[in-house]
Design a protein around this ligand. Structure first.
Ligand code: ATP
Length: 293
């Protein structure tokens, strides 16, 4: 039996702007995406090497009851798409997801699990597909899957699948926190379509700051248009946003369509202090750093 263990990192948006609605219903975005050191851990086992039988089996195990543990799971869909693309018609694999990334939180946990599945099966089946080919397979079931395959710091355009590599982020500490129910991404886009966006992030300035490795300027320049659309409806995320500032974050930003809230800290001790305070309030949070593969 061959086995691979992959850590699938969460994604946060350092900036997220929504430019236009397309005829197919999706939206064109302009976003700086960053992988962070908050991981789902996934164990992939290949069981078919010695099997003579003609078998097509994906066995699935998951530690979190909030996500589907069947063919609706994005990792399962990714595995099926992979076998179809590679025309592999005999397979028996076991996928075990130890979930840590909060679900429906704007942290791309599902997309990252799907991306990890494509990367793992490419190794387990010695198919040697390039990252770009894996992205082609992945983008059919999630706009963020391409980014989650490449990982690191990227500017994302189109619906999120057009990626431009940026230099790695300098070391800063991000306290990723979540309070209350998840947000449906389609609902958040609907709200955004209804309102007139007043505050757009300065993506160009953010890229310049990243290119210079200027942590202060990066922290000052983060921005997300979904805050205007989602925070007025999500009291807990709104309160957490204010709380994070009170706890000394140098900047605070909702990630993706929320409701996760990220506090940016130049100092690790202050990030850990804020984490302890949030814990006392019963709020889950994780101190992370930028993740570069
Ligand atoms: P998105 O913006 O793509 O909706 P998100 O980060 O807000 O992403 P996810 O945690 O990826 O949210 O979950 C979105 C939906 O995908 C949920 O309804 C969840 O049940 C479903 N889902 C399917 N597979 C997974 C998985 N492996 N991990 C997390 N969610 C999954």
């Amino acid at each position: 039996m061959k086995q691979i263990v992959i850590n699938a990192p969460a994604k946060i948006n350092l900036s997220l702007d929504v430019l236009s609605k397309r005829e197919d219903g999706y939206h064109n975005i302009d976003s700086i995406m960053q992988s962070v050191t908050l991981f789902d851990r996934i164990v992939f086992s290949r069981l078919d090497e010695k099997t003579e039988d003609f078998v097509k089996r994906i066995s699935f195990f998951c530690t979190n009851s909030e996500i589907p543990c069947d063919e609706k799971n994005l990792a399962h869909r990714a595995a099926l798409s992979f076998f179809e693309y590679c025309k592999i018609d005999k397979y028996d694999i076991r996928i075990e997801i130890r979930k840590t990334i909060p679900v429906s939180a704007g942290l791309a946990g599902g997309s990252s699990d799907a991306a990890a599945t494509l990367l793992a099966l490419n190794e387990l089946y010695d198919t040697e597909l390039s990252p770009d080919t894996l992205c082609e397979i992945g983008k059919t079931f999630g706009a963020d899957v391409s980014f989650c395959i490449k990982r690191g710091t990227y500017r994302a355009g189109g619906i999120g699948e057009i990626l431009e590599k940026l230099p790695p982020m300098p070391k800063i500490f991000m306290l990723v926190a979540i309070d209350g129910y998840g947000v449906s991404t389609p609902w958040a886009y609907g709200e955004l379509d209804r309102i007139e966006i007043r505050n757009r992030p300065n993506t160009k300035a953010l890229i310049e700051a990243i290119e210079k490795g200027d942590a202060d300027k990066i922290i000052k320049t983060v921005g997300n248009v979904f805050e205007e659309a989602v925070l007025p409806y999500h009291q807990k995320a709104n309160a957490l946003h204010s709380k994070m500032k009170d706890l000394g974050a140098d900047a605070v930003l909702m990630s993706g369509s929320g409701p996760s809230v990220v506090g940016f800290f130049k100092d690790e001790k202050r990030a850990n202090f804020a984490k302890r305070k949030l814990k006392r309030l019963g709020i889950r949070s994780y101190v992370c750093e930028p993740y570069e593969p």
